[in-house]
Design a protein around this ligand. Structure first.
Ligand SMILES: Cc1cc2nc3c(=O)[nH]c(=O)nc-3n(C[C@H](O)[C@H](O)[C@H](O)COP(=O)(O)OP(=O)(O)OC[C@H]3O[C@@H](n4cnc5c(N)ncnc54)[C@H](O)[C@@H]3O)c2cc1C
Length: 387
C-alpha cells in the first residue's frame, strides 16, 4: 500500500496549487453573490492547461490519465474556487465521462473536443417529479422512429442547466428497469426547453427540463435500454467527484477557522488556547481526512471493483456529511460572524449541506451500504409495484 502521489500526480497538484493561489482564488469567495455567472476565464485557463482532457481518450486529444488524477485536479481547483470546481466536476468527472467510457467513437468525436476545450459545459439529468430516490420509476420516454428518436417528459433539479450546452439525460425506452437508457441532447434541440433557474439553498441554479417531441438522431443515443446497472456504476464515480467538490470546499472553511482561532482573542488570549476550540479543530480534521481517504480509495479502485457500490456509497456519505460537519464547526469557531453573510463560512455550510441529497440522499446510500454488508438485497417496492 502506497499513500504517496506519483511524480505525475505531484506535478499536477503543484501546478494547480500555484494556479489556484494566483489565478483562481482572487475574488473566488465573492462569486457566492453571483451564482449565475459562469467563471469563463477560469474555465478557459484550465482548459488551456489540458486539465479537462486529463482522463479523456487520446483519440479526442485527452491524456488518458487515471481517474484519480482527475479527482485530484477537481479537489485542488475547488479548494481555490468552489464555483470553478463545479465546472471542473462537470468537465472532468461528470457527463462527459459517460461519453468517454460508453460512447461510440463518433459520439466521442462529436461531443468531447468542445468539453476538453472548455467551450461547452454538460449537465446530467435523472430526477423527475415522481422519480427521485426511486430513479427506476422515471417516465421520460424515448421512442425510436427510423433514424430519429423522439423524447417526451419532464425533468427537475438539473444543476446549472441554464448555462450549460449539453445534457446527458436518463430516459425510458421500454417498461421496467431494463428499459432505461440514456441520450445526449444539445440545448438547441427543437422540442427541448429549459425553465428559468430555481435555487438550491447555496444559490446554485437548477432548472426543469421539458421534452415535447424533442427530436434527436439515433446516433445520439448512448444506451437504448438495458443499461441501468452500467449507468449507475459510472454515476457512482460521478457522485464521488461531486463529493470531492463538497469536501474540498469545506477545506476552505477549515483553513479559515484555524486562522481565526489563532487570531481572535477573548479573555485576553487567542480562542485557540481554549480546549473546546482545540477539540473542535481536532474533530474537524479527523472527519475531513478520513472522508478524503475513503474517497481516494473508492476512486482508485474504480467502478469495476467488486466492492465498488459499497466503497462509493460509503465515501459519498462520509464526505458529504463530513463537509457539512466541518463547515458547521467552522461557523461555531467564528461565533456570531460565522453566521453572518458578510463572511463566506455560512455559504460554504449551505453548499455542503445541500449535497446531502445530490447524487442520492445519505439514507438510500446507508441502505445500500447495509445491504452489501449484510449480503442481502432490500426491495423497497411494494409487492404490487414490482417490475
Ligand atoms: C444540490 C443538489 C443538486 C442536484 N443536482 C441534480 C442534477 O444535476 N441532476 C439530477 O437529475 N438531479 C439532481 N439533484 C436531485 C437529487 O438527485 C434528488 O434530490 C435525490 O435523488 C433525492 O430525490 P428527491 O429529492 O425526490 O427525494 P425523495 O426521493 O422524495 O426522498 C425524500 C426522503 O425520503 C427518503 N427516502 C426515499 N426513499 C427511501 C428509501 N427507499 N429508504 C430510505 N429513505 C428513503 C429520502 O432519503 C429523503 O429523506 C440534485 C439535488 C440537490 C439537492
Amino acid at each position: 500500500m502506497d499513500f504517496n502521489l506519483t511524480r505525475e500526480q505531484q506535478e499536477l497538484v503543484s501546478l494547480l496549487e500555484k494556479v489556484g493561489r494566483e489565478k483562481l482564488r482572487p475574488g473566488a469567495l465573492d462569486r457566492r453573490f453571483k451564482p449565475d455567472e459562469t467563471p469563463k476565464q477560469n474555465i478557459k485557463l484550465l482548459a488551456d492547461l489540458g486539465i479537462f482532457g486529463l482522463c479523456m481518450p487520446a483519440s479526442v486529444g485527452g491524456s488518458e490519465q487515471p481517474y484519480i488524477n482527475g479527482i485530484l485536479a477537481i479537489e485542488k481547483i475547488t479548494e481555490a474556487c468552489p464555483i470553478t470546481g463545479q465546472y471542473a466536476l462537470m468537465c472532468i468527472g461528470g457527463p462527459a465521462m459517460f461519453v468517454a467510457k460508453w460512447g461510440t467513437e463518433d459520439q466521442k468525436q462529436k461531443f468531447l473536443p468542445a468539453a476538453i476545450a472548455g467551450d461547452e459545459y454538460w449537465s446530467i439529468s435523472l430526477t423527475e417529479p415522481i422519480a427521485g430516490t426511486d430513479l427506476s420509476a422515471l417516465r421520460t420516454r424515448a421512442t425510436i422512429s427510423g433514424s430519429r428518436c423522439l423524447i417526451n417528459g419532464h425533468k427537475i433539479f438539473c444543476s446549472h442547466a441554464s448555462t450549460n450546452h449539453r445534457f446527458l439525460v436518463f430516459v425510458r425506452f421500454a417498461e421496467g428497469a431494463g428499459g432505461i437508457g440514456a441520450v445526449l441532447i444539445s440545448k438547441d434541440t427543437p422540442g427541448f426547453t429549459i425553465s428559468a433557474p430555481h435555487r438550491h439553498m447555496s444559490g446554485e441554479p437548477w432548472c426543469e427540463l421539458f421534452f415535447d417531441n424533442a427530436e434527436i438522431s439515433v446516433d445520439d443515443i448512448l444506451f437504448d435500454g438495458n443499461a441501468f446497472g452500467r449507468l449507475l456504476s459510472t454515476y457512482s464515480l460521478e457522485r464521488c467527484a461531486g463529493a470531492v467538490t463538497t469536501l474540498a470546499a469545506s477545506r476552505i472553511a477549515f483553513d479559515l477557522a484555524v486562522e481565526h482561532a489563532k487570531e481572535r482573542k477573548q479573555f485576553g488570549r487567542p480562542i485557540a488556547d481554549f480546549q473546546m476550540t482545540q477539540a473542535r479543530l481536532a474533530d474537524m480534521y479527523m472527519r475531513y481526512e478520513s472522508a478524503r481517504l475513503l474517497l481516494y480509495r473508492a476512486v482508485a479502485e474504480g467502478d469495476e471493483s467488486p466492492n465498488a457500490r459499497l466503497n462509493t456509497s460509503a465515501a459519498f456519505v462520509a464526505a458529504t456529511e463530513a463537509a457539512a460537519y466541518v463547515c458547521e464547526q467552522a461557523m461555531n469557531i467564528f461565533g456570531g460572524s460565522g453566521m453572518s453573510q458578510d463572511l463566506p463560512i455560512e455559504w460554504l455550510y449551505r453548499l455542503a449541506r445541500e449535497h446531502w441529497a445530490a447524487g442520492g440522499t445519505s439514507d438510500i446510500h446507508r441502505s445500500m451500504i447495509a445491504a452489501d454488508i449484510l449480503g442481502v438485497h432490500f426491495n423497497h417496492r411494494l409487492p404490487s409495484q414490482q417490475y
